[in-house]
Structure formats: C-alpha cells, structure tokens
Design a binder for this molecule. Structure first.
Ligand code: NAD
Length: 447
C-alpha cells in the first residue's frame, strides 16, 4: 500500500520504518526541515535499539522517503497516519493543535478517497473534530474517513513492539475504513486484532496507559508500607504478580512513571472524565502518589548525607527509562535541579540521554556531565541511581566503592540487592526495601 505518515518523532519514525519494513511504500512528513534532512540522510534523530538498521535498509530499498511537503504524502497515499505530538496543556488536557494543523493541511489536498488514521494518543471524540475540520475546509465534497489505530509501542523496545505487537486496535465507523486497515495488518501479523468504533479505540489507548500508571502507583504505595513494616516490596510484588489475574509487569517499585506518555495520557483522561462529570478521584490519587516519588528519594539523599550543600553527588541515569534518550517527564528533571538548588556538586552520566539534558541544564561549576559511570562516582559522597540501565547493574562495585569519598548509594530503581550492597560495604537506600546503614542511626523521635 501507499502510506503517508505525518510526524516523525518517536512514534512516527518507528511507525514509518516499521510499515516500510512490512513492504509498504511510506512517505513520512515532518514540518521540521532539520529532522527531515537528518532522516533522509539515514541518521535517526533519537536513540532506539534496531532503528538505525531499519532506517538504512528501507531507505536503500526505496520503500521509505522523508519530506517536509505535505502535498507529496497526501497525493501519494491511500492511508494517512497522524503521528504528531499531543503534549499536555497547562490544565492537563491534551493539546491538539498539531492534530488540528494536520487536518487543516490535508483538507484541501484530498483527491480521491483517503483514510485518515489517528495514531497519536488523543482523547475520545477527537476523530469527530478531525472529520469536522476537514469537511469544513475541504471546499467541496471530499471522500474520506477518519479512523483510530492507537500505537502501543514502548520506547526502548519500540521497533520490536511494532514488528511483533501484542494486539492491534482498529477503530473504524465505516466498512471501507475497517477493511483497509484490516487489509494492512492482517497480512503481516497474527496477533489479536480488536475491531471497534473510533471512539472506543481512542478510549482503549488512554485507558491502557491510565491502567499501567495505576499499577505502578499501586506498587509504590505498597512500597511505602513495606518500609514501615520492614518488608521487602520486591518479594511482595513477586508473590502478588505471579497471580495471572494480576501479572508481574509494571509491579516494580521505584521512582514512578515518567516519559512522554503515561503522565500526559493519565492527566488527559482525568480531564475527559471530569468534563463528563465522572468521579475520577482514584486516578487523581495515582497522579499524587507518582509526583511524591521524587520527594521521597530526595528525603533519602538528605537522610544519608545530612547536609547536601557542597557534597559531590554522582547521578547515574537521566533518561526516563533504559534504552532511550528520551527525558520527557523523567524523574531526573525533578531530582537534578533540586539537588543543584540545595548546593550539591553534581556529576551526571547517562549512556544516551546527556545531550538532551545538557540543552535544558547546561554544565556549570556545580554540574558536570561525564563520560562513564565510573567517572561519575570518582570522589562522590553519594551515588544516586535514577534510571535502570543494564550497564549500571553490572558495575564493578569494588571499584565504585574505592573511588567514592563515602560509600553511599541511594537507588531510585531498586537496581541492586540490599544483601549484595551490605557485602560490598555500602550504605544503601532503596525504595520499599530494607536499608543497609552501617553506622548507628541517630535516634529519631516519633510524633
Ligand atoms: N513516544 C512514544 O513512545 C509513543 C508511544 C505510543 C503513542 N505515542 C503517541 O504518539 C504521538 C506522537 O508522540 P511522539 O513522542 O512521537 O511525539 P514527538 O513530539 O516526538 O513528535 C512529533 C513530531 O511531529 C512533528 N509535527 C508536528 N506538527 C506537524 C505537522 N503539522 N506536520 C508534520 N509534522 C508535524 C514534529 O515536528 C515532531 O517531529 C503522541 O500522541 C504520543 O502520545 C507516543
């Protein structure tokens, strides 16, 4: 098929190379000429395992091309996918200006039947507004449908997720739209395909992310309780997650959820529900628990160091999760400025995401970006883990300990085992598990 993709960010680029890999002719449009120039040159604009290979091979095969000219993709496509951003507005609602912009752009360009498909995550009934916008601006009667085909890929394993999806959701209100999308996917995938109305498909995506966020906040709530009871949350999560009705995914206690999807999709769903007068207090609690995670970690740093000012703190990980360079919504964006404000001297390392953080927080006399984890811990009073990159798990702990001024680790991702840390001679704080504090704790009064 001939496919057009609007937006070549994380979702759009993976969708474009993935669809090309399935054998389709894909024209991908971005309004940013720098992004288009890079991609046309075969250079990915972000870090994602497997992306470079697929980009190179599909460009070479002539199945994939990039342009800034909307008319090229619109004319050449049977199906037009919308993969533009839907960032949060200040009030928590999804900002749909990019979606509206694409609808306005393609309206006068439609010639012959086109299927316009939302892949961006949007609130229920957005398709109605896309349809309304195109009809209003098209000038004369155009033949088109608007459908929903939400994207479930996870950054860090996005290429794999696209090529081997757990399920595909198709929201279509006409037979023609339904059969075009079924035709696109059925010949390539044998996973379950949920075929439903457009509004249902829109709601499925937002609900899926709200549920994942709920699972994470739930286990983090249990983690706080575990700390009070002297119980290890990892074991509780294992005991609970082995029940197939619960499942063990997304039951890892830690710094909570971040990224460009879960926080914004959760708050957008809350707004949709509130606008409809539905009591959504439960999801408000999910948000609240998540936003308190950074405070909890910082309290542990302060407890370990007492005075933070002038202390050298090594920060490992700034990406919101491993295997990506995406820092949108990452806990590091809360932790690093607050430690900096408190007077700490920060030595920061991440295998992929440092260039992005540097643009937000340029280096200064108390903020240094270094080239390795070992370099970060040199002379540090404490090491703080914010992302569970695999390379941190396999650090030579003896070497780390010998390089640090005081062997203190505050682990926001429960990357290490407390028993392992005790043997290695660290003072060790994590979330929801026993602490390893070699020195006598000062007595605290309980109120
Ligand atoms: N990032 C993910 O892992 C992921 C996963 C599933 C779903 N989604 C959803 O996909 C959508 C896109 O997310 P993203 O992370 O890729 O966003 P992004 O901000 O990284 O990318 C959006 C891209 O669209 C381009 N763009 C904006 N307006 C345009 C226009 N009028 N014409 C052409 N290009 C235009 C921008 O220049 C940018 O490159 C969001 O709704 C998101 O919720 C994202």
């Amino acid at each position: 098929m001939r496919l057009g993709v609007f937006g070549t960010g994380y979702a759009g680029l993976v969708t474009s190379v993935g669809l090309a890999e399935l054998g389709h002719a894909v024209t991908a449009i971005d309004k940013d000429p720098d992004i288009v120039a890079r991609l046309a040159d075969g250079r990915p604009t972000f870090h994602e395992p497997g992306l470079q290979e697929l980009l190179t091979s599909n460009l070479q095969a002539g199945r994939l091309r990039f342009t800034t000219r909307a008319e090229e993709a619109t004319a050449a496509a049977d199906i037009i996918f919308l993969c533009v951003g839907t960032p949060p507005r200040a009030d928590g609602r999804a900002d749909l200006y990019q979606v509206e912009e694409v609808a306005r752009t393609i309206a006068p360009l439609l010639d012959g039947y086109k299927l316009v498909v939302e892949k961006s995550t949007v609130p229920a009934r957005t398709a109605y507004w896309i349809d309304w916008t195109i009809r209003r601006l098209a000038g004369r009667e155009r033949e088109f449908d608007v459908a929903s085909n939400p994207e479930f890929l996870r950054e860090g394993s996005a290429v794999r997720d696209f090529l081997a999806p757990a399920r595909i959701v198709i929201g279509a209100d006409t037979g023609r739209a339904r059969s075009l999308l079924l035709d696109l996917y059925q010949r390539s995938f044998d996973c379950p395909i949920v075929v439903t109305s457009v509004t249902t498909a829109e709601l499925i995506k937002q609900t899926a992310n709200a549920f994942l966020a709920t699972k994470i906040s739930f286990i983090n709530l249990v983690a706080d309780l575990c700390e009070e009871l002297g119980v290890d949350v990892t074991t509780v999560a294992r005991g609970v997650g082995l029940d197939p009705r619960v499942g063990s995914d997304f039951l890892r206690a830690g710094l909570g959820f971040g990224g460009s999807c879960l926080p914004k999709d959760l708050s957008a769903l809350i707004r949709v529900a509130e606008d409809k007068g539905v009591d959504i207090g439960m999801l408000r609690a999910v948000e609240h628990i998540n936003s308190a995670r950074v405070d909890r970690l910082l309290a542990k740093v302060e407890r370990a160091l007492w005075v933070v000012r002038h202390k050298v703190v090594a920060v490992l990980g700034v990406a919101f999760k491993p295997d990506t360079d995406d820092i949108r919504g990452a806990p590091s964006l809360g932790v690093i400025p607050r430690l900096h404000e408190a007077g700490a001297i920060l030595r920061v390392y991440d295998p992929a995401a440092m260039p992005r953080l540097k643009t937000l927080h340029p280096p200064d006399d108390r903020l240094t970006y270094v080239e390795s984890a070992i370099e970060a811990v040199r002379g540090a009073h404490a090491l703080v883990v914010l992302t569970d990159w695999e390379e941190f798990r396999s650090l030579d702990l003896g070497r780390v300990r010998s390089l640090m001024r005081t062997p203190i680790i505050v682990d926001g991702r429960n990357l290490f085992e407390p028993a392992q840390m005790q043997v290695a001679g660290f003072e060790y704080y994590s979330l929801g598990r026993g602490e390893v504090a070699p020195r006598a704790e000062p007595q605290r009064e309980r109120v």
